[in-house]
Design a protein around this ligand. Structure first.
Ligand code: FES
Length: 275
């Protein structure tokens, strides 16, 4: 029987410094056949391992509609992420997955989509945004509200122009405080959401960011008329084994790694999960 914990050898083929503490790694399996058969949905995650440091879960941040490599954006915050940040192009890593349920892309068809992200929370949403843009006819208006503490903390800056130009797509960038030469919005994400006022009619909101941002954004979404099942989020931070074995990621009766990481707000309330 195959060992489910055995990672496949992979290699870093590109590294991009997104912010002072976030890098995006483009990874490729050594075995091309494994790379070709690696199929995933936006919102799914992988376990990436660094020799001598261990492994950690990372969402896949590129869209499955753009195959060829796997991209993970990594914020330097612990042993494994620190280890990854020290690696460069050509260095080996281990990869296993994909795991988790991913976003309900079929149920989202025909809906207006409101993406709300803070900091590196844009990583799983980027996969879904580019997926929806590549299948543009399947989705209605796309609104993206993306915030960070400062302009240097914004991730995926290269893609904003493409998103802005896409059909029926509106991008709202915000930083916490006014900066020199900053011409976009200023203020925390909940305040910007209140200003943008996306319609709740036939809409789904997809939110990912720091818990404090989600906590204060949720009442605004409710005020705008979004109900629990129409608010989707992804809980990626609380996993270890990724395959429902270690028992580290349970909320109520569910495992984040197997039943999630994507949940709607009604499900989270039922499980007693709070931000
Ligand atoms: S991460 Fe081990 S059970 Fe979910």
């Amino acid at each position: 029987m195959d060992n489910i914990y055995l990672p496949h050898p992979a290699r870093i083929i590109e590294v991009k410094q997104e912010t002072p503490d976030i890098k995006t790694f483009k990874l490729k399996f050594d075995d091309e056949a494994i790379g070709r058969s690696f199929d995933y949905k936006p919102g799914q995650f992988v376990e990436a391992s660094v020799s001598g440091e261990g492994e950690a879960t990372f969402c896949v941040s590129n869209s499955p509609t753009r195959k060829g490599s796997i991209e993970c954006s990594v914020k330097k915050m612990g042993k494994v992420t620190q280890g990854l940040h020290e690696l460069d192009v050509g260095d080996p890593v281990g990869l296993r997955g994909p795991y988790g349920n991913g976003f309900p892309v079929e149920e989202m068809k025909g809906k207006n989509l409101v993406f709300i992200a803070g900091g590196i929370g844009l990583a799983p949403l980027r996969s879904l945004i580019n997926y929806c843009l590549d299948k543009r006819a399947d989705y209605k208006t796309i609104t993206i509200i993306n915030g960070a503490r400062s302009s240097k903390d914004l991730v995926y800056k290269d893609e904003y122009k493409v998103w802005e130009k896409a059909k029926d797509t509106h991008l709202h960038l915000t930083v916490d405080y006014q900066e020199e030469n900053w011409t976009c919005m200023v203020g925390m994400v909940p305040k910007i959401l209140e200003e943008v006022k996306p319609t709740c009619e036939n809409s789904i909101a997809i939110i990912c960011g720091p818990p404090i941002m989600i906590k204060f954004t949720m009442p605004v979404l409710m005020k705008l008329g979004f109900c629990g099942p129409a608010i989707i989020t992804t809980l990626e931070m609380k996993m270890k084994c990724g395959v429902g074995k270690c028992g580290r990621c349970n909320i109520g009766s569910r495992y984040i790694c197997k039943d999630g990481p994507v949940f709607n707000y009604a499900q989270l309330e039922e499980l007693g999960y709070g931000f």
